[in-house]
Design a protein around this ligand. Structure first.
Ligand SMILES: [Zn+2]
Length: 211
């Protein structure tokens, strides 16, 4: 990647994570922004890349980048049971009527999105050092965390391009990289008062937490 590429990656063979300079700017990271927004945006992206080392593909490589089984059968079985639920959740999304997301193709990225938000949320709360988060512009720390996450995925796309992505891109379309992720996180419910009957509501037993 060049320094001006707005992207990041994890490479299992090298066990390396790369963040080019240009991804470290708003809306992903702003040194003048509030911590909660930065944790929700670049924090979730960093968590996303870390967890690629432990997704359906990365988990098959050891710490030296070799293709080697290092998980117990029991861990693998429980992991597969959780990720199968994610496959079903995303396969039910149709960004264009009649064209659903391919839950298998996008599984690795959806695992990384799920785990990335979880890691970033824990990191944000750890950063508070036991003190309550400040209220800024009437918003709680958790509200700003989730807004920062959502804002980092704002985008516009023509339907023909969206269709190409649905059929070939291992990432879910941006909208679902937000809505498909937060509804699995308990703090989303407590922060915004999401209740049964709301469009993004998932019963607790159907929510998936990977890490
Ligand atoms: Zn990724």
């Amino acid at each position: 990647m060049t320094p001006q590429t707005v992207n990041a990656y994890y490479n299992a063979n090298m066990n390396e994570i790369v963040f080019p300079a240009s991804v470290l700017q708003a809306p992903l990271f702003d040194p003048r922004a509030d911590d909660a927004a930065n944790y929700g945006a670049i924090g979730a992206t960093i968590g996303h890349e870390i967890s690629h080392g432990f997704d359906d593909e990365g988990s098959q490589y050891d710490g030296s980048g070799n293709l080697r089984v290092w998980w117990t059968d029991e861990d693998r079985k429980r992991y597969d049971a959780k990720t199968r639920i994610l496959v079903a959740q995303y396969s039910a999304f149709a960004p264009i009527p009649g064209y659903a997301i391919n839950g298998e193709l996008t599984l690795g990225e959806n695992i990384a999105d799920n785990a990335g938000l979880e890691i970033a949320y824990k990191a944000y709360h750890r950063s508070l050092g036991g003190k309550p988060a400040p209220v800024i512009d009437g918003m709680s720390g958790d509200e700003r965390f989730f807004f920062g996450f959502a804002q980092s995925y704002r985008s516009k796309v023509r339907e023909s391009q969206l269709l190409t992505w649905i059929k070939s891109d291992p990432h879910s379309p941006d909208e679902f990289r937000v809505t498909g992720v937060v509804r699995n996180h308990p703090a989303f419910y407590s922060t915004f008062g999401v209740r049964p009957g709301d469009r993004m509501y998932l019963p607790p037993e159907q929510r998936v937490s990977i890490w």
